[in-house]
Unconditional design. Structure first.
Length: 288
């Protein structure tokens, strides 16, 4: 019965694992709802910012704003990579790291010097393991990033871009489409590319102060908001990926338990059959 005891031990082990993964799935589902609400809440503000900048932008004003400077060549670029602090989320972090690494190599192949800024233990740990120097690393941003944290990330990058030490800034993040779809996405946030003017842009405005004064405030806000949206979408994508991964793990554990139980039952039935045969054979030997 050694094999039967071994099978029972394995069944018990997988049952414990299934409880853990099921609990983690429920926790991720709870966090996903809150994170998704933050993503939805951030979209109207971002849309309004884009519309206002498109309406106010004109080529003659662009010369007065460093954030609109369009370098002819990119000699020095910054990549802001957003990953998570925890694993158990399938290929979520791996896909983001692969996207950032491909962008880094592409820019370097074009002759640009690249500095890497990483948010999250997974991304920072990977590049440190490879020996890639990091310009900065943040591991204190949790499941629900704030606008203040986005400002802390965006401000130094915008400052360097204004000073001319950076020619482009890219953010690599997980775009949240659904819990099953969180594709890694690259967005260039600097220089600011004015959004396409919509039909609403033909309206007449009474501006106070003038367009230049308004853009002075809107452009930095646009950059900060781009980083904030990337943070909240990545956080939401992480919970969606973790919920999916834990659901798959729970289902797989259930399938293994069912398979082991069938194997245990077959072994038990074979043992009972053998014991009955031995009893019958012994009785016949005594009667003979």
């Amino acid at each position: 019965m050694a094999k039967g005891r071994e099978l029972k031990g394995r069944i018990k082990s997988f049952e414990g694992m299934r409880k853990i993964t099921s609990t983690m799935e429920m926790v991720a589902a709870s966090k996903l709802k809150r994170a998704n609400d933050r993503v939805i809440a951030a979209r109207p503000y971002a849309s309004a910012l884009s519309t206002m900048i498109a309406d106010l932008y004109s080529p003659d004003l662009a010369e007065d704003f460093p954030l609109l400077r369009q370098p002819s060549t990119v000699r020095r670029a910054a990549i802001l990579l957003l990953t998570s602090n925890r694993g158990l989320a399938g290929g979520f972090n791996t896909n983001l790291i692969r996207e950032a690494n491909a962008l880094r190599k592409k820019l370097q192949g074009e002759g640009a010097e690249v500095e890497l800024h990483v948010v999250g233990k997974k991304g920072a740990g990977y590049f440190r393991f490879l020996g890639v120097p990091l310009a900065s690393a943040r591991t204190d941003i949790g499941d629900f990033p704030s606008a203040e944290q986005a400002t802390e990330l965006a401000l130094p990058l915008a400052k360097d871009f204004r000073a001319g030490t950076l020619d482009a800034v890219f953010v690599v993040f997980a775009k949240y489409v659904s819990p099953l779809s969180t594709p890694p996405t690259t967005q260039r946030i600097l220089p600011v590319t004015p959004p396409a003017r919509t039909s609403a842009g033909t309206r007449d405005f009474l501006l106070f102060p003038d367009a230049k004064g308004i853009l002075q405030e809107l452009l930095p806000a646009y950059v900060r908001n781009a980083v904030y949206r990337a943070l909240v979408e990545t956080a939401c994508g992480e919970q969606g990926a973790r919920r999916t991964a834990m659901k798959n793990a729970t289902d797989n554990a259930g399938d293994l338990i069912d398979s082991l139980r069938r194997t245990f039952n077959r072994a038990r039935q074979a043992q009972i059959t053998q014991e009955i045969a031995e009893i019958v054979g012994g009785a016949e030997a005594l009667n003979g």
